[in-house]
Design a protein around this ligand. Structure first.
Ligand code: AMP
Length: 284
């Protein structure tokens, strides 16, 4: 099994990426914060299929964590991550120790899409995400970059910034990978005890319920939101951050479901914040 080449320096990564592109080879890029799991691997496999060279970045970006969030305790299993990258035939792992210049003063913000949903309880989070993704895309200059639909708001923000700043890569959305019990796979799931995990299953259950209702023709958002909140409310340690039915492009709240719609949930179980969503297209 060929080991990926690990690069820690941004200038070196950028120079290497230029050489690859000059050589006429396409680059597929998967940005991650590490603690790789089957969700990340599905993105990496897709990048492997569609590109000559695959670059995975592993960087726990400090600017997207707020005070009191889990930046310090975020898992960093470096060697296991590298072994998974080797098994998936990743060519380069870009693992910088820091990505910010000492005097860095430039931020990327994507107006309107950063404030709702996760932006309400995580002020500054998406500014950190948008800035680091812009930096990573500028360093790696990929042909295609792969992002998960599990982070639907993040995906929307990245699609907007790539378009607005003419970053010239294709953003490829990838479906949410789930464990067999339905829980969306997340690096944070490893914080959960068995009991907490059982309670967390109310999240995909509420979304699944919503899906069934919508498939049966329900379009009343208020009714659906109430029913989803009831399903979540049955769990004693689950604290709802939001349950939302929004336009999948603007993230604006809907009264009546129509067009492309996102049903999204964020909830905390003890100290672990989990998010999940389902998407409906072209609802009449
Ligand atoms: P993270 O390491 O959490 O920043 O995630 C890196 C990338 O993997 C992002 O594009 C995420 O949306 C994506 N991702 C995380 N979990 C999943 C999942 N369960 N299914 C698909 N993609 C995922």
């Amino acid at each position: 099994m060929a080991e990926p080449i690990v690069i820690k320096d941004a200038d070196e990564m950028q120079a290497r990426a230029r050489e690859i592109t000059k050589g006429g080879h396409s680059i597929g890029f998967v940005p991650t914060m590490g603690a790789l799991h089957a969700g990340h691997m599905s993105l990496i496999e897709r990048a492997r299929q569609e590109n000559d060279v695959v670059v995975v970045s592993i960087y726990v970006n400090p600017t997207q964590f707020g005070p009191g969030e889990d930046f310090e305790r975020y898992p960093r299993p470096g060697d296991a991550d590298k072994a998974l990258c080797a098994a998936a035939r990743v060519d380069y792992v870009f693992a910088p120790e820091s990505l910010y210049h000492k005097d860095s003063r430039t931020w990327v913000t994507v107006g309107g899409l950063e404030e709702p949903l996760c932006g309400m309880s995580r002020p500054g989070h998406f500014r950190g995400v948008a800035t680091v993704v812009t930096k990573l895309l500028s360093i790696v200059r990929p042909d295609r970059a792969y992002f998960g639909r599990k982070d639907a708001q993040q995906l929307l923000i990245i699609e907007a910034l790539v378009r607005d700043l003419d970053l010239g890569c294709d953003v490829v959305p990838c479906e949410t990978a789930r464990d067999p019990d339905g829980l969306a796979i997340s690096s944070r799931n490893r914080y959960l005890t068995i009991g907490e995990r059982r309670q967390a299953l109310a999240i995909p259950r509420a979304l699944q319920y919503c899906r069934q209702q919508v498939e049966q023709g329900e379009r009343d958002a208020v009714k659906l939101l109430g029913e989803m909140a009831n399903i979540l409310g049955e769990q004693p340690d689950l604290e709802i951050d939001y349950v939302a039915l929004v336009d999948a492009h603007t993230l604006e709240d809907l009264q009546v479901l129509k067009g492309d719609v996102l049903a999204a949930i964020a909830a905390k179980i003890t100290n672990t914040r989990l998010i999940d969503n389902v998407r409906f297209e072209g609802l009449q």
